[in-house]
Ligand binder design. Structure first.
Ligand SMILES: *Cc1c(COP(=O)(O)O)cnc(C)c1O
Length: 463
């Protein structure tokens, strides 16, 4: 794998430049069920289908780039999480991963609750009929207007993130003649095993109130004294794209330690703990995420054990998966525009989208996989980098991937596992038109978020 040793250009299968990849997959036509939405398969003609519809037909009808979301898969994942945690726990879908009115309706129908972290997300949730008491409001700097609206409509909980916010929410609730249910978000000093930019529970960061130095205990002390607040529990979110529960174990241990301290000091047993989200998904076949059932079992055991040791009643647990529900359910469909082989390096494959519809590769060095989906190919594997059309050399969608060497302009390629943090982080960079999200179910496809138009761009430009 050394750089000096690659003699033969990008299609040579023995020696490649450095990268994330291991070796070409045995079958370039395979659509590994680990990374593709549940109903994705390849038909007898070699064309990939989702919900029974060929991607070629979808591209004709909806254009590219576009996100296609497998509704049956989304609903099944909601049910799997709800069933795994059962009646004695609450599952909150993290709306920031991807939120639209259709998604809110599915969540409502499947019995999930919803996390929002802005006025815009709250509006979407309420507009689509999510009952306010099933909404949790998050964020490290909620505006007074956002807080007032959340209290007024009666959100089920506000997660307090700072000393200022304790006072702000209490004051607003009191002035509205209300008592707001709140949790206090603490940082437990755990750094999840994940990329630095998305790990959130170590102490040197903006979220939460540190347990260290007694700050979190002081926050609880103050909140308990305020009439406008009903303190229902402690919240901890340790990071994202996490594959094992050891981080949650340490977090639960420390949070229960705080519950015990609160009981000893105030004679109050807080009834809830929230362990956050962050459960990982398979972006490539090398990732091995755990099933919701295993996660629920592990978290329940950890909390029960810790509470028994502290002689506390076991609190009601809540969790907040975002990525683990929506991430695997969608793929992005692109059309190949240009193909540029770089001798001895790799082949650059340019698609009609890029960092405006998937910023995660540029932002987090995220890994993705990719496949030719408009036809089958038996050509040799070609080490490729899938790039977008933006004015930025870091505009990379898939850093290292193998595509068939006969790839040609006009072919459709798809990147799986783009349901989370892709459309929700999409931008208009280079005045790109943000792609639509199309829900596919039972042989039918419908747009749930439409493609942006040039008129949309001009409408905002009022100069
Ligand atoms: C982002 C976030 C989540 C969801 O994270 P995922 O990695 O999508 O599961 C849950 N809770 C909080 C507080 C978050 O900030």
């Amino acid at each position: 794998m050394s750089r000096s040793a690659h003699p033969a250009g990008p299609r040579h299968a023995d020696v490649y430049p450095e990268g994330h990849y291991s070796a070409p997959p045995a079958d370039l036509n395979g659509l590994d069920e680990k990374v593709w939405a549940k109903t994705v398969t390849r038909n007898a003609d070699g064309v990939a289908t989702v919900g029974g519809i060929e991607v070629t037909r979808l591209a004709e009808e909806f254009g590219t780039p576009a996100y296609f979301l497998d509704e049956a898969d989304f609903r099944a994942r909601c049910r799997a999480w709800a069933d795994a945690f059962g009646k004695d726990a609450d599952v909150f879908y993290a709306g920031k991963a991807f939120l639209s009115r259709a998604v809110v309706k599915w969540l409502h129908e499947e019995g999930l609750n919803l996390d929002v972290c802005s006025g815009g997300e709250l509006t979407t949730a309420l507009d689509a009929g999510m009952p306010a008491d099933r909404i949790a409001f998050h964020g490290n700097n909620k505006s007074p207007q956002e807080i007032e609206r959340a209290v007024r409509v009666g959100v089920g909980r506000i997660v307090l993130d700072s000393f200022q916010e304790i006072v702000r929410v209490a004051h607003i609730a009191q002035s509205l003649g209300k008592r707001q249910r709140v949790q206090i978000r603490v940082t437990v000093g755990v750094e999840a095993h994940t990329h630095e930019f998305i790990a959130t529970a170590h102490e040197d960061q903006k979220f939460g109130i540190p347990l260290a130095g007694g700050q979190a205990a002081e926050a609880v002390r103050r909140a308990l004294q305020l009439d406008g607040l009903e303190v229902i529990g402690i919240h901890s979110h340790i990071g994202s794209q996490i594959f094992d529960t050891s981080g949650f174990e340490v977090a639960a241990h420390r949070v229960v330690g705080l519950l015990k301290q609160i009981r000893d000091e105030h004679g109050v047993e807080l009834p809830e703990i929230d362990l956050g989200g962050g459960l990982g998904i398979a972006y490539t076949p090398d990732d091995d995420p755990r099933e919701p059932h295993d996660i629920a079992k592990a978290l329940n055991e950890i909390v029960t054990r810790e509470c028994e040791a502290a002689r506390l009643r076991t609190p009601r647990i809540s969790v907040e998966p975002g990525r683990a529900i929506v991430g695997p359910t969608a793929f992005t469909l692109y059309e190949v525009g240009t193909i540029k082989p770089l001798e001895g390096l790799r082949t650059y494959v340019s698609v009609d989208g890029g960092m405006s519809d998937n910023i995660r590769t540029a932002l987090y060095d995220a890994e993705y996989s990719v496949a030719l989906v408009s036809r089958r190919s038996d050509a040799e594997p070609m080490l490729s980098r899938v790039v977008g059309k933006h004015c930025e050399s870091g505009d990379i969608v898939v850093k290292d991937a193998f595509l068939p060497a006969d790839l040609a302009p006009g072919d459709l390629i798809a990147v799986p596992a783009t349901g989370a943090y892709c459309r929700s982080m999409a931008s208009n960079y280079n005045h790109a038109l943000r792609p639509p999200v199309v829900a596919v179910a039972d042989g039918g496809a419908r747009v749930i978020v439409r493609r942006e138009t040039e008129e949309d761009l001009l409408r905002l430009d009022v100069g």
